[in-house]
Each structure stands twice: as C-alpha cells, then as structure tokens.
Design a protein around this ligand. Structure first.
Ligand code: ATP
Length: 282
C-alpha cells in the first residue's frame, strides 16, 4: 500500500540576533531568541514506484533538484537506514523564499522527521536533531519548534514554553529583494557595543512576560547593519510598521523580512493595512 504523510513546516523569526566573533571553522558565534510561527509550508511525503527522490513545488523559484534542502534531508535519512530511494516530496510554499524565515531549513526538518515516521523507524529526537545540523544551523530549532535561546552557531538550544496568549505577528517582505545568509554574515563588521550582553539577557524574561514596552528598547539584530544599508526599502517597512508605536519591530535573520509583534489583533491588522496603503513596496 502506498503511504502518504502530510506535515506542516513552520517559519521562524529571530526576536534578537547577536552576532559575535567569527570562529576558526568560518561560522560566527551567535546568540538568538527564536520563535516558530503558524505561517508554514505544507509538505507531503509519498512512497512511489519510480526510483529516486522526486521533488515537486508550487513555486517555480524553488529548486527541484539536489540543491533543494529537502533532497539533502531525504538522503540523510535514506543513508542512515539503508533504504533505497523512491519517494515524492511535494512542497506547498507559503513561507517567502530567501527572506530570513528559515523556509528551506524548515522544509528539510519536516522531511527528516516525517520520513522516520513514514518508514516506521526509531530515532530519538535528540539524535535526529544532531543529524539535521549537517543541513544547516537553523534546522534543529525548526525541527523541534516553539521558543528557544540559541547559542554556538545556532545549534545549541534551550527550549522554553512560549508566552500565553501568543503574540500577533505581521511579516512584511519587500518585493524583489532576496538576501543570501552567507552574504550577510560575510559582510558583517562587528562594532563595539559592550551593552549587548546586558540587553540580550533582559530580552527573554521580557518576552515571557509579554512586556512589549520594554522589548521595544531591547531587541536588536546585528545583521540589520548589513541588509538595511544595501536595501533601504527594509528600513521603510520597519518605519511603517513602527508608526503608531504599538509593536516590537525588527528584521528577521539576514532579512529582508521584517516582523512586527503585537499584543492584540487590531494593532497587528492596523499595521498590516498601513503597509498595503502606503507606497512601501511589499
Ligand atoms: P535562513 O533564514 O535559514 O537563513 P532563508 O529563509 O533566508 O533561510 P530560504 O528560504 O531557505 O532562505 O532560501 C535560501 C535559498 O535556498 C533559496 O534561494 C533557494 O534557492 C534555496 N532552497 C533550497 N531548498 C529550498 C526550499 N525547500 N525552500 C526554499 N528555498 C530553498
């Protein structure tokens, strides 16, 4: 009997991203508070009779071959359990591509976890998360999902209960801008700011308390210095979302997406509609 599995792969935002020194392996040491969203791609896994890993996606901009992170994810699981490849992976894309929302990473994470289930194999979550680091630094986080403080290159994670009720989040992505994470890190020049540790340590407790007023003055994303300089439209979006001062507004990851965190639905809807009305190009 042909087996089919349907999975949700959530996007993530960085509520804070502190980029520290570059390590000898080329990665930067980071500290980040990360949260997954309800915004997600839908992944369908299906057994098939034709040999190979067959990737389908409703978005023509997404690669369908070995460059797709789900291909790497499938290979890792097939090798780990010595299973011959004959699988269809269908991606329904809702997460904007190359936007700093971990779209590719989350698809890969869902495929790895889903394949273990579909082939009825046993692999503890910790082991699966460790294996997933081979794909990228964000993959273990999105595989588990929720709220976490990340360190190392993003793979050392301490998970926490997200605040309740949850925030309302607006995501805005400028048209025709896509940012390579590699480019952003390569162009990052660390400046002196001795207050970063102090700020970072205050963010998690304020986030847990849903203390929007304090968060507004605490959050930072070091990669804004790179992306905002190259793409001023990202700054415009930030300003539009910030206009009535109700939310916490920041670029996510290497951008160019910007998120606004709001305590209530009406503030979020108001901010989102401002983006649509204004000349801001989203
Ligand atoms: P991150 O936040 O993890 O740095 P991102 O959200 O900025 O990632 P992605 O959406 O993962 O970026 O896309 C980065 C590039 O990866 C794209 O340009 C695309 O060519 C490639 N890619 C590979 N697999 C996928 C996938 N499943 N979905 C989207 N892009 C993919």
């Amino acid at each position: 009997m042909k087996k089919t599995l349907i999975l949700q792969a959530p996007a993530k935002i960085n509520i804070c991203l502190w980029v520290k020194e570059k390590r000898s392996d080329g990665y930067h040491e980071i500290a980040s508070l990360m949260q997954t969203l309800t915004l997600s791609d839908t992944i369908t896994l299906q057994d098939c009779r034709t040999e190979g890993i067959h990737i389908e996606c409703d978005d023509p901009a997404v690669p369908k071959g070995a460059e797709n992170l789900v291909h790497k994810a499938a290979c890792l699981i097939l090798e780990r359990f010595n299973i011959p490849p004959s699988i269809i992976i269908r991606i329904e894309k809702r997460i904007p591509i190359a936007a700093g929302l971990a779209g590719g990473s989350t698809d890969a994470a869902a495929v790895m976890a889903g394949m273990v289930r579909m082939y009825e194999k046993m692999l503890p979550m910790v082991e699966l998360m460790t294996l997933s680091q081979k794909i990228g630094s964000d993959v273990p986080f999105v595989m588990h999902g929720g709220l976490a403080i990340a360190s190392g290159r993003g793979e050392n994670l301490s998970f926490h209960e997200p605040p309740k009720p949850s925030f309302f989040v607006v995501i805005a992505v400028p048209k025709k801008v896509s940012v390579s994470t590699k480019w952003a890190y390569e162009n990052y020049a660390p400046g002196e700011n001795s207050r970063k540790e102090e700020l970072f340590n205050k963010i998690f407790p304020c986030y847990k308390k849903r203390d929007i007023e304090s968060l507004k003055n605490l959050v930072f994303n070091d990669l804004e210095s790179v992306t905002l300089q190259r793409y001023p439209e990202v700054q415009e979006i930030k300003e539009t979302l910030l206009e009535d001062g109700n939310g916490v507004v920041l670029m996510s990851g290497s951008g160019p997406s910007v998120f606004g965190l709001f305590e209530d639905r009406s503030s979020a809807v108001k901010a989102a509609s401002r983006l649509n009305q204004e000349k801001v190009n989203v």
